[in-house]
Design a protein around this ligand. Structure first.
Ligand code: NOJ
Length: 497
């Protein structure tokens, strides 16, 4: 990545290398003139009316604070567990960190123009808790909120609808030190207070909220497997408690936000649902996969949707079950306005079975294709089955795909283009399954591509790129990839191409 210096520089020059990088990138996006795009758009719809997405379908992009903002020491921001973790030698590929990231903190205006240039009508961003409450609780830092106020105003002025995530893994370090982070219900309470404060301040303009992002990642992967910050390897009971405290934070926040909002808002989660896919789509296997999906999410999404732990889950944990009360379960099951799911893969394939569970979970076979991230098994059919099971299991009538996309190496061609045909292939297949879902009436209302631009990919640092825009980490120039053109064609015409 860093050895691309000379090419990146050429590309940077091509874009002008000024503060108007965003604008330069926008104008270089389309190989075709804008006019033929319009004509093209019309004929696309005439040719393929059957491939239309529902009217008012939302096409957006997504990012998260620590992955894009940078400016970690500015305007009174407190330290987060990711600042700490990324500085431990050997934890992150190339010892990268988010100190600068994409510098969106200073470049948000250009970035809003990038979104506009690809016809993204919505933006899912996350608010950095330690920017707003440097100590996790107590006195707010007004300058921290200023950044989000400015970003929100800029988005709205450009016709882009705002979707705010309140927690995307950057826990204030103070709460980790004081309470052991999500090991304590004090952190759940602190989150609810922070969430209530945010809605009080921005609900005049932000109408859609995701409480917390990817529970499994910041609970199991962070406290059991030690792969993400804070990098702990705790016993089963402690991890079950961490999970419980996280869903409790969600439930408490939902209630608190509804109290402080200035006007009607919609609240949901953004969860990386564990998706079990029927390997052969027979009625028996479909039923088995649905059952498996409910159980595989029992400690997280299922309890948030049902307000109770499944018997199977509690039995499996035995003495390691978390400490909880009925009142907490009621909070956890607080009614939501929508369900957001991050869909990247089929976690398991399923066959119906005559065992007690009624299903057999199959792991991916040895030669299953993957994208650049080692975990990323290519399985487009997850984009159909994940929302279908959310609807079938819980009767949800509003679903967002809060993340989908793929990592790639993304090299620059000699003339400075990024022809990411791998990402276009990936998207074509996943979006075909999304189209299958919407055309069957599964109530998916919008799709947020992960990500707007290449950014800090957690333990993979800057080594794996997920953006529609290429980020040159030396110059911070953003350049549209071929996939940006593909996304634009779809978003503009609201049709599968
Ligand atoms: C899900 C996470 O929410 C996001 O932060 C991450 O970058 C993507 N997956 C890709 O791994």
């Amino acid at each position: 990545m860093r050895s691309e210096k000379s090419r990146s520089r050429r590309n940077f020059l091509k874009l002008g290398g000024s503060t108007a990088l965003g604008l330069a990138a926008v104008s270089s996006l389309s190989c075709q003139p804008e006019k033929s795009q319009t004509e093209n758009g019309q004929s696309l719809q005439q040719l393929n009316p059957i491939r239309k997405f529902p009217d008012n379908f939302i096409w957006g992009t997504a990012t998260a604070a620590y992955q894009v903002e940078g400016a970690v020491n500015e305007d009174g921001r407190g330290v987060s567990i990711w600042d700490t973790y990324s500085k431990i030698p050997g934890k992150i590929l190339n010892n990268d960190n988010g100190d600068i990231a994409c510098d969106m903190y200073h470049r948000y205006k250009e970035d809003v123009l990038l979104m506009k240039s690809i016809h993204a009508g919505a933006y899912r961003f996350s608010i950095s808790w330690p920017r707003v409450f440097p100590n996790g609780t107590g006195t707010a830092n007004p300058k921290g909120l200023d950044f989000y106020n400015n970003l929100i105003d800029e988005l709205l002025a450009n016709g882009i609808t705002t979707y705010a995530t309140l927690y995307h893994w950057d826990l204030p370090q103070v709460l980790q030190d004081k309470y052991g982070g999500w090991q304590s219900k004090e952190t759940s309470k602190a989150f609810a207070d922070y969430a209530a404060y945010i809605t009080e301040k921005i609900s005049d303009r932000v109408k859609h909220y995701f409480t917390l992002n990817e529970f499994y990642s910041f609970t199991d992967l962070s406290y059991e497997r030690g792969e993400l910050a804070p990098g702990l390897k705790l016993d089963q009971k402690s991890v079950a408690q961490v999970r419980h405290n996280a869903v409790l934070a969600h439930g408490m926040a939902v209630q608190a936000m509804r109290q402080t909002t200035q006007s009607p808002i919609e609240i949901g989660v953004a969860e990386n649902i564990v998706t079990a896919v029927p390997v052969i789509e027979t009625p028996e296997n479909i039923e088995a996969a649905k059952k498996a999906t409910r159980e595989l999410n029992a400690g997280l999404l299922t309890v948030m949707m049902e307000g109770k732990y499944t018997e199977h889950y509690l039995k499996g944990l035995g003495v390691n079950a978390p400490d909880f009360t009925d009142a907490e379960l009621k909070l956890i099951g607080s009614p939501l306005d929508f369900v957001g799911i991050n869909v990247y893969l089929a976690n398991k394939y399923v066959l119906a079975a005559t065992n007690a569970d009624g299903y057999e979970l199959l792991s991916h076979a040895k030669n299953h294709p993957t994208m650049a991230s080692p975990w990323h098994m290519v399985s487009p059919e997850s984009m159909y089955w994940a929302p279908r099971f959310v609807k079938d299991l819980w009767g949800t009538n509003k679903i967002y795909i809060t993340e989908n996309g793929c990592g790639a190496t993304d090299t620059l061609s000699d003339d400075g283009k990024i022809l990411d045909t791998d990402r276009v292939m990936f998207l074509k297949n996943y979006l075909a399954q999304l189209h299958r879902a919407t055309s069957e009436g599964i109530p998916v209302k919008g799709y947020f591509h992960w990500s707007l631009m290449d950014n800090f990919e957690w333990i993979f640092g800057y080594g794996i790129r997920f953006g529609l825009f290429y980020t040159d980490y030396k110059t911070l120039a953003r350049t549209p990839k071929l996939s940006a053109e593909y996304f634009k064609t779809i978003a503009k015409n609201n049709i599968l191409v």
